[in-house]
Every structure is written in C-alpha cells, then in structure tokens.
Design a binder for this molecule. Sequence first.
Ligand code: NAP
Length: 552
Amino acid sequence: MANMDQHPQKPKGNGAVEHYDAVVIGAGFGGLYALHYLREMGLSVRVYDGAAGVGGTWWWNRYPGARVDFPGGPFYCYTFSEELVQEWDWAETQPDQPAVLAYLDYVADRFNLRRDIQLETWVHDACYDEDRQRWMIETSAGARVSTQFLICAVGTLSAAYKPDIPGIDDFAGESYHSGRWPHKPVSFAGKRVGVIGTGSSGVQAIPEIASEAAHLTVFQRTPQYTIPARNRPIDPEVIRQARENWAAIRAKMNASPSGSLFEVSDRSALDDLPEQRQKLFEELWQKGGLHLLFGSYADIVTDKDANRTLANFLEGKIRQIVRDPKIAEKLMPNYYVGTKRQILDNGYYETFNRENVALVDLREDPILKITPAGVCTERGEHPLDMLVLATGFDAISGALLRLNPKGRGGISLKEKWSKRFDTYLGLAIADFPNLFLIHGPGSPSVLFNMPLGAELESAWIGDCVRYLREHGLGAIEPTSDAEKSWDQEVAEIANRTLFPLTDSWYTGANIPGKPRQFCVHLAGPRYFQRISEIAASDYKGFVLEKKIPATD
Ligand code: NAP
C-alpha cells in the first residue's frame, strides 16, 4: 500500500542531540492536550507534526462537506478547562472542518502551546535505548532527539489509503484524496468529476460536489446506511446550560457509553409493535444525527432481529427518497446497520435524483484501470476532469506502523504487529518501554467521544509519568500476559455485539492483507474505570524498572 506521506529527510544537523523529557508525535486533539498536561507537570516536551498547522485530522480533512459526525458544539471539544468552555462559541450542531480547526488553533494560542510544537516535521525513526531508558528519534528536519517518554498521538484515521488500482497515478486531470485535500481552493465548476468511495468522506463530499460540478460519477463498491445529520444553529439555551452546568455535563459524558449526552434506551426493538417502532424511528430520523442509532433501542447492534428492524426502516427511506427504483436498489446496503461507522449526511440519497449525477455499481461493473482520461470499468470508460479518492485510511494501527518504532532488542512494531495489534489498555505495548499511545488499538478510540477520550488517556499517561518520577523509576512496560488478557477482554466485549461480523475499517477489512482484528474497546466508561484502577494498583500488568543513573 502506497504511503501518501513520504518526505525526504534533510541532511543531518551537526550531530548534537536535543533532549526532552517527553516527545509527542501529532498535534491533533490528543497531542495538543498531552503537551499541555505534561508541560503543566513541569516536563520539557516537544511535539512534532508533519502538517503545516495544528489540528491533526481536522487540518488534513478539508474536503467539501467535512463536518463532525458526533454531537458537536460544546460536546465535541475539550472539557478540561471551564474557562475554555465559557470562552468558545460554537455556532452549529455539527460544526464543519473550518470551525473545528479554528477552535484547535485558538486552543494552541490560548494555552501557549505553539512554542513547543514543531510543524512540517515527520518523525522518521524512533529506537529505544535500553541502557539509557530513553527513546532516540530522528526527524525529517535532520534533528536527533533523545526523550525518556514517547507519546504517539498519531491519529486513528490519518494514514490515508490509496488503493492499488492499475494506472491510479496515470490520471492526467486533477486528483485528490479526501484525507489529503489541498489547501488551495478546489473548483468543481464545469468539470466532470468522479468520486471513488462512499464511506463518511465520500457521502459528505458527494452532495457538495454534485451541486457545483457539470457532472459527477459516483463509483460505489459497498452501499452504506446514512442518516440525515440535520445540522442547524445551536440553540443558545443549550450553550447556556452547557456553560452553567459544565461539571455535571462532563461527568455525565464520562459515564455514558459513547461519551455523549444521548439518552440511551434500555428497551429491545422487539418489545414494540411494528407501528410503535416505525413511529419512534420516524421521530428520531426527523431529529437527525445519531439519535436513531443510540436513542431508539438498546439492542440494535447486539441482536440480529432488532438490527433488521432499523435496517428495514432505513431501506424504506432509500426507496422513498431515490426516485429511480433501479438506482435505489443499487444504493441498498447489506450489512448490520451501525456496525460500520455510522454516516451522517447532508442530502446524500437525494443527490441521486439530480440529472448531473450517475452511480456506477462496482459490484456489477468493476474498475479495470484508471487511464489519463478517466476510469475504465468493465462496461466502458468514464471520462473525467477530476478524480476524488474518498478511499479511507489504514485505520487505528496504520499511522503507528508507518512510524514503526523499534523497541527492546531492536524489535520493530511491524514485526510485533505482523499478525495481531496487541497492546495493554490500548495505551502501551510489551517490548516498547516508555512508549504510550493515545487512541491506540484496544482503547475505546473511535467509538467514544474522541476529544474527551484523548483528554482522559493523556491524563492517565501524565499521571503514570508522575508516578515513575515520584518512585525513582526509569521505565514502564506491560507484560505479554497482560497484553493477552487485554486482547481477550476487548474481543469478549466485541463478540457480544454484531460489530465483528461486518467487514469494516474497525476490523481492518478495508486494507488488503491487513490482519483482521476488532481493535476497539466497546465499553467506554468501564474502560476508563479499569485504567484508573490499574493505576491505583501500582500499575498491575506492567513491569516497572528502577531508574538507571544518567550516563549522558
Ligand atoms: P471509509 O469509510 O473507509 O470508506 C472508503 C470508501 O472507499 C469505501 O466506500 C470503500 O469501499 C471505497 N474503496 C476503497 N478502496 C476501493 C477500491 N479499490 N475500489 C473502489 N472503492 C474503494 O473511509 P472514509 O469515508 O474516509 O471514512 C473513514 C472514517 O473517517 C469514517 O468512518 C469516520 O470515522 C471518519 N470520518 C469522519 C468524518 C466526520 O464527519 N467527522 C468524516 C469523514 C470521515 P468498500 O466499503 O467496498 O471497501
């Protein structure tokens, strides 16, 4: 698989080594807060990010239509600073990419973070030096850096995936990946545009592109269920209440399965009569957002029959909205609804009623190759001026594997994770002492409120570092046994749901050859309770090493 972020290494500097207590890789939600937390503890910290600005995923994913797909505004942001909550005004229920990026820029200034962040700098190499209990890293800027702690806040959806379609680099027109969208304005006006991919990125971008382009061809391999986001201005009363009751709201989000304020139902979909279900589904569909999935019935993603009730409802909506029954059938999904990342859209199905939009069903008419002039499928060529790849990411483990740190005895992460993405708590890896992950495999990551999860994990890591320092310890590393039992715990929880039954990026099925493993801990609040208990038990499951006196 092509790495879309290959950057030449600059010549090495004068050989001098920079020293820090902690290096953080990534300046998104996770990395920014880790920097703040560790710096407040008195550590010297350096953050590196390959992007030219802070923001992580919100810096890269600036394709048209990019918006938060979680309850947004005052609920998809940092919670650690009450002042910040009072100061920042969110305008919409599903903020768009510029709004989230503006917020993160504000945070970087507000907490004076930039002085410790080095942008446009990729970490090329990271090796653990057992004798010094430190990581040695090399950056694309040619620097050599020594740090006791290495915190990988590299993002779960940051290693953009460009599929190996024959001729993909031969296309002569404009070509963009949704996750590497250019910073200059992109005009679709008067152009014949093709979009490959109908996940969240494709579904968000397609209505926007269709409204401007001369013609849009959507190349769909797997149809998806999507729910209207119904983005709207935030009710000022919601903001007022969020500000007035911040501590209580934060506690409520921490205790909820998804880290949000959704009222979770405890009823089975099968307890209601069909007309009662239909009424509830319709009400929640009209409300928009994730209410339909989280707020309807408790067993939508755990019981196949309950799942079918919602699937029937959504399939009915597709037939109702899409005027051409043949196109409606092509858009009909075939998986357990909710077990792929639930997409929120802004007029996606309606887009297929437009005269200037065509749908190519790749299951019956596969892509053969891409030529300089367009996309060739079995049934012919689709001439294009612009190609948009909304083909997703090597999710959760991909960015860590591209970093490929070398741990104890020189073992590389690629070797360690050649078959399974084992971690302990999603936070640490056996044989990789003093390396911490934010949103790593085995943490709640993408199925919990991500900014909130990043805060809680960063704080856990910071508190662990404090513990080591207070106890004269130089290194911490989980045991392999602890990893194995964590792996089992993650799998046991997942196996009570329908998630592992679906091919999705949650299971690694979107990347050819990737080991299949469901890598998300599905019990958010219990997860955060467990990691606190482990910290309180003097880090059960970890090996703690005495500090080796410094030799440099
Ligand atoms: P994705 O969900 O993985 O979707 C990728 C799409 O590309 C799929 O439709 C896939 O088809 C298609 N594809 C991949 N390789 C292909 C090939 N060789 N030929 C044809 N089609 C191919 O990726 P994404 O849409 O970028 O979304 C990833 C995740 O990012 C989301 O699930 C979400 O968590 C996050 N995201 C969030 C937001 C937000 O609103 N906050 C917005 C965008 C993305 P198959 O399904 O058949 O593989």
